[in-house]
Design a protein around this ligand. Structure first.
Ligand SMILES: [Zn+2]
Length: 411
């Protein structure tokens, strides 16, 4: 399984699928089409059925049931794109057999080193087969590792018909990194009762809680007058914006929060006397506290409007996604089965809240409850990204084990 995973992963990693938030097409970039077509051919060649790619680049396929038991249809998803913030062109993966625990020279010419001094997690990988970058690009283990793991698990089940299972659906999706993954995902066509994204980090990660998320855009209009004659006339929008920020609790910011703590995050602040624009994101695991945060922003805006004039402040808040826990809790057994699958394989499950969102955060609200499983990578979205091929094997085994457990528990 290991060689098969390495071969697949490296082949996918070499296709540039970096997504682009400025693009309005779906997929946002042509490279994702190239990978989608490659995956369609591969799914067919390993013997998957109903292999389709729709006009938006969503690839779907079926592993038909080989049992008469009434097993729920389950799905596995991974995303094809890589992060926009770091280049995904000309990815040139390096293979390190039996890692010795020391420094890894990613790029000799440029002196780029992956060192356990900077990344102490490397200690866990002594003896593993590692795949790294050449120091000039990201690797794209997020989430091409997930694709390789799902593909390899499907191939394994096809090669081992003695393993009984229900119907399994798989999907490879575009544009997760720019938050649009589920936007054009056809839940009805996919036809699964539950699904798992294979898009998490290190071994054992199992996630079914995400933030509730919104963004807020505030525009403040000032009044510019020559500073020599401004007394009683000038209204400086920058200073009103600073007042807005100062009324938010200073310690409820990303740099002061962790675990289940929520925050307000000032993303950008662009201003002149005449006009200032603030862009925030709001995050909280608890729905009530999330609503309270939005209300707090409205209150501050209202009080400033009262002080400086109604037409000076506009505040626009849009929800982005919600905590998937609300939708997964009622079908909690899907998390328990993933937990059991890992335990059966000697993997210690690490259940933790995601301080962000996954495709599952949106899919769960579209009627497809979707927790997230580890895919194995470390240091996502940059040149120090790497993955252990041994962890990839574990991930593929977890997928197979989950499928087995669903069959065993059915009647
Ligand atoms: Zn990802």
């Amino acid at each position: 399984m290991k060689q098969e995973l390495i071969e697949r992963f490296i082949r996918y990693a070499k296709v540039n699928t970096q997504s682009d938030p400025e693009s309005s097409t779906c997929p946002s970039t042509q490279g994702q089409w190239e990978l989608a077509r490659m995956l369609v051919e591969e799914l067919k060649s390993i013997g998957m059925e109903d292999v389709t790619v729709d006009e938006n680049g969503y690839v779907m396929a079926t592993l038909p049931a080989n049992t008469d038991k009434n097993v729920p249809v389950i799905g596995f998803l991974a995303h094809m794109d890589t992060a926009p913030e770091f280049t995904g062109a000309n990815v040139n993966p390096q293979l390190i057999d039996s890692y010795d625990g020391g420094d890894i020279v990613l790029n000799k010419e440029q002196g780029i080193i992956l060192s356990p001094n900077d990344f102490p997690e490397l200690a866990h990988y002594k003896g593993h087969t590692l795949i790294t970058t050449d120091g000039t690009t990201l690797l794209g283990a997020d989430d091409k590792a997930g694709i390789a793991e799902i593909m390899t698990a499907m191939n394994y089940l096809i090669q081992h018909p003695e393993i009984k299972h229900g119907k399994v659906r798989v999907a490879f999706t575009p544009d997760e990194e720019i938050g649009r993954g589920p936007h054009k995902f056809d839940v009805a066509k996919f036809g699964a009762q539950f699904a798992y994204t294979v898009d998490g980090g290190p071994l054992g990660e199992l996630e079914y809680e995400s933030f509730n998320a919104a963004e807020a855009k505030i525009t403040i209009k000032g009044k510019n007058v020559h500073p020599g004659t401004a007394k009683g006339k000038m209204i400086n929008s920058i200073k009103i914006a600073m007042e807005f920020q100062q009324q938010l609790p200073a310690d409820e910011a990303p740099e002061h929060t962790e675990g289940y703590e929520g925050f307000y995050h000032l993303l950008s602040f662009q201003g002149s006397v005449e006009e200032t624009k603030l862009h925030y994101i709001i995050r909280d695991f608890d729905r009530e506290q999330f609503e309270a945060r939005k209300a707090k922003m409205n209150e501050i805006a209202a009080s400033l409007a009262q002080k400086y004039g109604n037409d000076r402040i506009t505040l626009e808040i849009n929800d982005q996604y919600y905590n998937m826990r609300e939708k997964i809790e009622p079908v909690r057994h899907i998390v328990d089965i993933a937990h059991e699958a890992m335990t059966n394989l000697g993997i210690e499950p690490k259940v933790k809240p995601i301080r962000g969102g996954t495709d599952g955060s949106q899919l769960s609200y579209m009627g497809l409850p979707t927790p997230n499983l580890f895919a194995g990578g470390e240091n996502f979205h940059g040149r120090y990204e790497y993955i252990s091929a041994d962890t990839m094997v574990k991930s593929a085994e977890v997928i197979v084990e989950i499928i087995k457990l669903f069959e065993q528990k059915a009647s």
